[in-house]
Design a protein around this ligand. Sequence first.
Ligand SMILES: Nc1ncnc2c1ncn2[C@@H]1O[C@H](COP(=O)(O)OP(=O)(O)OP(=O)(O)O)[C@@H](O)[C@H]1O
Ligand SMILES: [Mg+2]
Length: 190
Amino acid sequence: MRKQRQGISQSAREHFNYRIQQTLLSAGVLLRFSSIAGYLSNDGEPSIDSLVQTCYEINRPFYLPVVRKKALAFAQYTLGNELSNNAFNIPEPSTQHTLCARFLSVILIPLVGFDNQGNRLGMGGGYYDRTLNFMLNPASKKKPLLIGIAYSLQKVDTIKPHAWDVPLDAVITEKGLITFSAKAKQLLRL
Ligand SMILES: Nc1ncnc2c1ncn2[C@@H]1O[C@H](COP(=O)(O)OP(=O)(O)OP(=O)(O)O)[C@@H](O)[C@H]1O
Ligand SMILES: [Mg+2]
């Protein structure tokens, strides 16, 4: 799946990235959510850099994941802030000031594979799963909306989830928005 993702041509990639970011905007992500976390693309993941640019222009807080022990915290990032490579050679904000995932309103999450139930296959480190473990507790009140960002070729028939896997509320690909949870159907509209 990762090879296929890396193998997308530059011109197709640019077109797909544009479509994905247009769908993020038209689904109302900037209109409905006050604190948005995303990622800097790596390993052929879709780029959402123009969303980062838009957040910067409209002064909307945007957060990037930073590795803390075996999980992720989120640091506010605006264009031009200092970044330094983490243990996985992925750039992350150098700041000490971070936020816990439960205080974000939406998290845009890269993935390796997804299915039509919202199950997600990551890179195998369990970082997002450990970070979002509180989402599996029905009693936890603050829950960010989880939107997977992917190319449509990353869709597979079925992913058998493990007990620790945290499912997605929705996925956005170059083909559009796919909603899985009632919350996503209510909050995201095209
Ligand atoms: N909540 C958790 N607590 C402890 N260990 C966990 C938890 N979630 C995942 N793990 C560990 O992480 C390992 C990798 O998990 P998994 O294969 O689901 O990763 P992934 O979903 O592909 O990665 P990521 O979450 O970083 O995208 C699992 O074998 C499990 O041991
Ligand atoms: Mg997992």
